[in-house]
Design a protein around this ligand. Sequence first.
Ligand SMILES: Nc1ncnc2c1ncn2[C@@H]1O[C@H](COP(=O)(O)OP(=O)(O)O)[C@@H](O)[C@H]1O
Ligand code: SF4
Ligand SMILES: [Mg+2]
Length: 334
Amino acid sequence: MITPVLSVENLCLKLTADRGGAPLLSGVSFEIRSGEIFGLVGESGSGKTLTALAAMRLLPPAIEATGRVMFDGADLLSLPERDMRKLRGSRIGMVFQEPVAALNPTFTIGAQLVSAIRAHHQFSRGRARDRAVELLDMVGIPEPRARLGFYPHQFSGGMCQRVMIAMALAGGARLLLADEPTTSLDVTTQDEIVRLLEKLSREHGIAVLFISHDLGLVARLCHRIAVAYAGELVEVGTADALLQAPLHPYTQGLVRCVPDLTQIGVLRGGIPGTPPMPGNWPAGCRFQPRCTIAADGCERLQSIASTTDRAVRCWRAGSDAGSEAAAVAERVTS
Ligand SMILES: Nc1ncnc2c1ncn2[C@@H]1O[C@H](COP(=O)(O)OP(=O)(O)O)[C@@H](O)[C@H]1O
Ligand code: SF4
Ligand SMILES: [Mg+2]
């Protein structure tokens, strides 16, 4: 049994009592192994960003977390803030959707990288600059030494995202949380960044949580995928299993209308209706109002039948009704 790099166990988030106490995320569990790229996919508002923020303990003060987020034998949810601060940007790196905004426009790329490196290593300035060159080279920036003197505005969006990835790796990250890292980039640049993440995870054993609304992209890059819906995971499986034999009616709908889930309620040719907002979740299965095979009992659905490699949160998945829905999905796809 391989020890996972990150293990999220029954993660639940809710607003604090003075903000109404509404739940935002319920019973989210998954694990990511060394060298694995794990995809978290779902429509806007399904709780993807909150999951990553909870793992970094960067949630806004109005949101409370319970459960466990195990990394290197420690529960990140209960680690003292001093230790957590040491982990952020060192063993755990994070990249976001807007790379240009994440860099400081008033400092050179070199200065920002050197400072990220020296925050985590006792390097002289010269040694940190050498390491910065190595990191830029590692993320595919040509002529890295000359580029240390460039300012962020002199770089394209794709180059800035490469720099952000270099910054995230500056402290020797074993885990990279990537929240929609390619969403603001054009398709060609998107592909380059995806190939870079693949290379880093393969060559350096870095575990990656890749968050996206784009199932097509996630399926191309990730080894295993979790599908989020209304603050829960409804299905977990290998990319192949999920695409070729989706079990949950929601995943079946997604596969049918790949690729884009950016806008709520406009799944092309797919699932009519919109996901319920936090606070308005139906009892039991939250997909009920949109599910074509919903039946008596769905309102009592409790927990995901969980194995780490394949799990589905639907008691009718695999039944005759479930297979019928899958067959319809297949007919529509082919
Ligand atoms: N600071 C906050 N206060 C209240 N609700 C929030 C806050 N941040 C996010 N939410 C709610 O939590 C849900 C999940 O948000 P998020 O994780 O950002 O979704 P995703 O990244 O999947 O689009 C959304 O419905 C959003 O409105
Ligand atoms: S069959 Fe019931 S439990 Fe399964 S997805 Fe539909 S509503 Fe949910
Ligand atoms: Mg998000």
